[in-house]
Design a protein around this ligand. Structure first.
Ligand code: SF4
Ligand code: SF4
Length: 278
């Protein structure tokens, strides 16, 4: 049995610079967060977990590498959606990411094994979280008998898992493009996250699958370029991955323009010349 109630006032412990989103959430978040990709390694707990990881990731040396979209800047301490009172400005809206609605659980573990993750989170990453409640508090039981009984957690769990399945093929293509790079080798032999930019060659496909029309691609590119540039040069946490993201977006911007039949000499606003906000 797992009882949990987020108390919100301690958000500084869990709302660091970035959160995870799926391809289905890019459209809702792309005007607020710079978006990159992060790969992590997971060790399966059992056969059902192995099946789930196999569906969303890539087997590798007895583990699985799974890619998610990262929304925000991992090099800063506060999520860009936190307001001055340290509350989430997206709370109560349909823009709040599924992973944020699901903490301290994860959609990359089977529903019937969430209690194991819950106990690990309580002792580890969420040791200072005040949301863990004794099982005697029936009002806040979220998970019981191998399933989420709280419908909002259940929805967030399946929303995220649907997105993870939808984006799996794109993530495999991005990962394939990294093979042979030094950072990829270091990631495989170590722990932690491999964070990278979405390559320009795959961005149109990502945007198509995220539900953008072709006519919206260029506006996405320009908005994201501004966010990536702004976040990549923050004094408290320069972020080289977001610099890479900005470079890939510039490449993509040129491709978008040529797909739209524009010549290089036509008047348009390239990302480098568009309004900067910081
Ligand atoms: S630390 Fe825990 S209780 Fe506090 S805001 Fe985060 S999830 Fe909620
Ligand atoms: S989106 Fe909201 S809940 Fe999620 S990390 Fe940011 S502030 Fe926290």
């Amino acid at each position: 049995m797992c009882a949990f109630a987020c108390r919100a006032e301690c958000a500084e412990f869990c709302c660091g610079g970035a959160t995870l989103i799926t391809i289905d959430e890019i459209r809702k978040c792309c005007d607020l967060f710079p978006i990159s990709v992060g790969f992590r390694k997971y060790t399966p707990l059992d056969a059902s977990h192995r099946d789930l990881l196999d569906a969303v990731g890539v087997p590798c040396r007895g583990r699985f590498v799974v890619g998610d979209f990262i929304a925000g800047n991992r090099h800063i301490a506060r999520c860009l959606a936190l307001n001055n009172g340290s509350l989430c400005s997206l709370h109560g809206t349909d823009r709040k990411p599924a992973q944020c609605r699901l903490v301290p659980f994860s959609a990359l573990y089977p529903e019937e094994r969430q209690d194991i993750l819950f106990d690990e989170q309580r002792k580890g990453k969420f040791a200072r979280c005040r949301g863990f409640i004794g099982p005697e508090d029936a009002q806040h039981i979220v998970w019981r008998g191998e399933r989420f009984v709280d419908q909002s957690y259940r929805r967030a769990y399946y929303d995220y898992q649907r997105g993870a399945l939808k984006q799996a093929s794109l993530m495999r293509q991005i990962l394939d493009g990294l093979r042979g790079q030094e950072a990829y080798g270091e990631f495989l032999s170590g722990e932690g996250i491999l964070e990278v930019a979405v390559p320009a060659s795959l961005l149109p496909q990502v945007l198509d699958e995220a539900g953008f029309s072709r006519g919206e691609h260029q506006s996405y590119v320009q908005t994201q370029w501004r966010l990536c540039r702004r976040e990549s040069v923050r004094t408290e946490g320069r972020n080289p991955v977001l610099e890479d993201c900005a470079a890939e977006l510039e490449r993509c911007d040129m491709q978008c323009a040529s797909h739209a039949g524009e010549s290089a000499s036509q008047e348009r606003t390239p990302p480098r010349e568009s309004g900067r906000d910081g």
